[in-house]
Design a binder for this molecule. Structure first.
Ligand SMILES: Cc1cc2nc3c(=O)[nH]c(=O)nc-3n(C[C@H](O)[C@H](O)[C@H](O)COP(=O)(O)O)c2cc1C
Length: 201
């Protein structure tokens, strides 16, 4: 545990299907983090008003997005956290539109970091780590099914100074809540949440 208070863990649910497979995985991972004493919270992207990036370049000089919607709040949450758990299913071989819109709007944080040379984390010095959870409905080999989403999420985490510390991927999971029938998925997610918030990491 880091010295100044409990770890702040933010879960982001990127699926438009409430109670779906990635949400169930996310809940378990957050339970694992809470079990280790972390302070956990969840944002459901579906509940938020997040417009796509306009590429207006308005953020390049200020590090702030000109679009005034829920993403202003999400930027603050992304800057404040110690651990991020992002959950998105595979939609057409990538993350969901809700997840991609949120990621693209982090262009403002990209500008802050790479153009303005300002720190993105609100408390620089605290270690920031992230976990990516995903499922896909097709029985594809994992590397083929999840590599495109992984590349997107790695770029997103790097922009936010979040180390890509783990991933859990499950193929051939299509029906709502089918993940509950997988022999280890939920316990794997719980353990991954614990590991993400383990002392000394
Ligand atoms: C619009 C859409 C696109 C999808 N594209 C893919 C895909 O490219 N590959 C795949 O394996 N599954 C695909 N799926 C299936 C979902 O990944 C699958 O149903 C998953 O379990 C949904 O997770 P959730 O319950 O967390 O929403 C797609 C589903 C939808 C609705």
């Amino acid at each position: 545990m880091q010295s100044d208070g409990p770890l702040r863990v933010l879960g982001i649910a990127g699926s438009p299907r409430y109670g779906g497979n990635t949400e169930l995985l996310l809940r378990e991972a957050l339970k694992g983090a809470a079990d280790r004493g972390a302070e956990v919270d969840t944002l459901f992207l579906c509940d938020l008003d997040i417009a796509p990036c306009r590429h207006c370049d308005g953020c390049l000089k200020t590090g702030k997005c000109v679009v005034d919607d829920d993403m202003q709040m999400v930027h603050r949450r992304l800057r404040d956290l110690d651990r991020l758990i992002l959950a998105s299913p595979v939609f057409f071989m990538g993350v969901t539109a809700q997840t991609k819109a949120m990621i693209d709007r982090c262009q403002a944080l990209w500008a802050m970091k790479y153009r303005l040379k300002l720190p993105v984390p609100s408390t620089p010095g605290r270690k920031r780590r992230g976990l990516f959870l995903s499922v896909g409905g097709l029985p594809y080999e994992k590397e083929r099914l999840f590599a495109p989403s992984r590349a997107t999420v790695r770029a997103f985490f790097a922009t936010l100074d979040i180390k890509y510390s783990g991933e859990l991927f499950f193929a051939n999971i299509d029906k709502k809540a089918a993940i509950t029938e997988h022999p280890t998925a939920l316990s794997d997610a719980f353990a991954a949440g614990q590991e993400l918030t383990s002392e000394g990491t």
